[in-house]
Ligand binder design. Structure first.
Ligand code: FE2
Length: 449
């Protein structure tokens, strides 16, 4: 067995050191095999693929997409996907919603939620624990996104999921999750993100206890690295830090359940083998992980507070230049050194809509009510900014160099208006007192004599 040969069966992973098995480089064309000789050399679809495998192409873009954007992978699997693409029956979609979805009549104001509880009773896996907070756009038209939260206290085991409606950007917030995908295994802890491209089958297992986190389901074109402009060729998110899994497969013949979300509907079928039977693959359409602590922040070094776009990790563009379907933005630990500047985020009305979460630490604009696992929603042009305490401190403190340490907040930002779901509107963790955080702001205007 070579160092990139990972075989797992019966839930037991053999010779799979995930830290060693990843293939680095955003958007690279990777080649990996979990059994010697499984990957055809020099051609994609030989008359008889090695080891009796079936060759199958998974397209992530239209065949004729420009070369720079074109995404596809070749999978070499025990049985082709047609063997797990039939017999689907529609089932209850639980708390999963897909845009367009107009359910609640929450007012157009600042919204905030405390963390949702992780269930202690019963058995809740990732798919059962996936709950939609807000949606925008239209999955069928491939515009917009859904912001979800998830909790789970059980592994998916022999249950598998794939989503035809969008790619999934998963943000673990509590404990480690193991994503077992068609292309290999990804282990992710708070501080990491994982992106599962549209249509790739996977399951989520627990590693060190119950999990909680956030998901951005991007209905639009795939997330990519943003342009750096005058920043140049380095910093922000560097391509080498994005990690793709080495091939791994399940060679089991047991009854498995496969779920599919398509057009907002949830379907289920049963299989007599695992759908994770890809023994080798090559291509540039695959899931990946990224450690947000590898993001190299760039910011103001003399005065003023830059726009938060300076912290964009990944962006899914729309047809209007610079106006994203989704921007994934983080607020990582960093030094603040600006002179004569109000250093917390300024008060603002953004024409884009902002869904925010906090992975760990303290967020400098809301040191009180915005806690890890919580979330907020500020739709287009809804005014927001530092609470009374943050304003008072930010406008009076002595401006020494200061490190915002041990913090990681994020934002799903979109050009579309986000509609909260009924689930979100009726959560008992909704913070009805959130707008009160600005009550203490007093008039300080002094008209000139
Ligand atoms: Fe904002």
């Amino acid at each position: 067995m070579t160092l990139q040969e990972h075989i797992f069966s019966g839930g037991q992973v053999k010779n799979a050191d995930p830290d060693f098995g990843y293939l680095p480089g955003f958007g690279n064309t990777h080649s990996t095999q979990a059994a010697s000789g499984a990957l055809p050399i020099g051609r994609n679809s030989p008359q008889q693929p090695p080891l009796g495998l079936y060759a199958e192409q998974l397209s992530g873009t239209a065949f004729t997409a420009p070369r720079a954007d074109n995404k596809r992978s070749w999978l070499y699997r025990i049985l082709p996907s047609v063997k797990h693409g039939t017999g689907f029956q529609e089932v209850d979609r639980g708390l999963i919603r897909t845009g367009p979805c107009r359910e609640s009549n929450l007012p157009a104001q600042q919204l905030r939620w405390q963390p949702i509880d992780i269930p202690e009773d019963g058995s809740v896996d990732f798919l059962m624990g996936l709950r939609t907070v807000a949606t925008c756009g239209n999955a069928a038209a491939q515009t917009g996104l859904a912001a979800h939260v998830f909790v789970a206290n059980a592994s998916m085991g022999r249950k598998y999921f794939h989503n035809a409606d969008g790619e999934l950007l998963i943000v673990p917030q509590h404990n480690t999750m193991k994503l077992v995908t068609e292309m290999g295994i990804i282990v992710a802890a708070p501080g990491d993100i994982v992106v599962i491209p549209r249509g790739i089958k996977f399951k989520v297992d627990l590693v060190d206890g119950p999990i909680r986190g956030y998901v951005c389901e991007n209905y639009g074109v795939a997330l990519t690295l943003p342009e750096r402009g005058p920043i140049g060729a380095n910093c922000l998110a560097n391509a080498r830090d994005f990690l793709y899994p080495a091939a791994a497969y399940e060679d089991i013949r047991e009854t498995c359940t496969l779920y599919l979300k398509a057009q907002g509907r949830l379907f289920r079928t049963t299989l007599e083998q695992s759908p994770l039977d890809v023994v080798a693959w090559h291509g540039n359409y695959a899931p990946y992980k990224y450690d947000l602590r590898r993001f190299s922040p760039v910011g103001a070094t003399l005065f003023d507070h830059p726009d938060p776009s300076i912290f964009t990790v990944l962006s899914a563009p729309s047809d209007i230049p610079g106006t994203a379907n989704v921007d994934f933005v983080i607020f990582p630990e960093r030094w603040l050194v600006m002179e004569d500047s109000f250093r917390p985020p300024w008060y603002h009305m953004n024409v884009m809509s902002e869904f925010m979460g906090l992975i760990y630490g303290v967020y400098d604009a809301k040191p009180g009510g915005f806690v890890p696992g919580g979330m907020s929603l500020h739709n287009a042009l809804v005014a927001h900014g530092p609470d009374t305490e943050a304003f008072a401190r930010g406008s009076t403190k002595v401006l020494e160099p200061e490190k915002l340490a041990g913090t990681m907040a994020f934002m799903f930002e979109t050009r579309y208006i986000l509609d909260p779901t009924d689930y979100a509107a009726n959560l008992d963790t909704i913070d009805a007192s959130y707008p009160d955080c600005w009550d203490g702001l007093e008039r300080t205007f002094r008209a000139p004599d």
